[in-house]
Ligand binder design. Sequence first.
Ligand SMILES: [Zn+2]
Ligand SMILES: [Zn+2]
Length: 171
Amino acid sequence: MGKRYYCDYCDKSFADTANSRKNHLKGVHHQRMRKLHYDSFRDPSVILAEERGKKPCKMFQSTGYCDFGNSCRFSHMLEQNFKDLEAQVHKGKETGKQKKAAGDNDPTLEQWLEERAKKPKTEVKKKVRDSGIELPQYTLAPCLMNIPNLPPSLRPPPKDAYKYLTLEEWG
Ligand SMILES: [Zn+2]
Ligand SMILES: [Zn+2]
C-alpha cells in the first residue's frame, strides 16, 4: 500500500500523490473546513465586521462555488451565516458581562501566589525531624578503619546531619 495523505481539517485521507494533494488543497470543501478551523480562534465580532465590509460574491451566491475560495475578496457568507455569527457575538457579549458582574474572572498568577502565601509554612515545608521518616545510621566501613585522614566523602556523615534538612513539597 502506498502512502496516505491525511488532512486534519477535513478528517479525510487519500492516496498521497502530488496531484491528489494539490486537488484536495484547492477544493472548496477543504478550504471551507480550513477557514472554519482558523475562524474558531478568532473573535466572532471581528469576523462579522470583516465580512460585512465586503461585497457579496456573486459567483458564490448564485452557484455555491467560487474559484477564488478563501482568497476571494468578496464575501462568501450567506444570510444565515451572518445571523449565526451575530447570535454568537451577542452571546459572547452577554457571558462577558455576566462574568464581570459576578467577578468571575479567570484566576491569575498573582491570585495563586497570594493564596499560596496564606498557607501556613508548615504545610509547605516539613522538617525531616518531625516527619517521622526513619533516618539511616551510618558507620565507617571496617576496611577503612585503619586509614588515617580519610577524605570527608569516605567518612560517615556526622550524627544528626540530616535532622534539619527541609523537605519541599512538590507541585
Ligand atoms: Zn482537507
Ligand atoms: Zn468568491
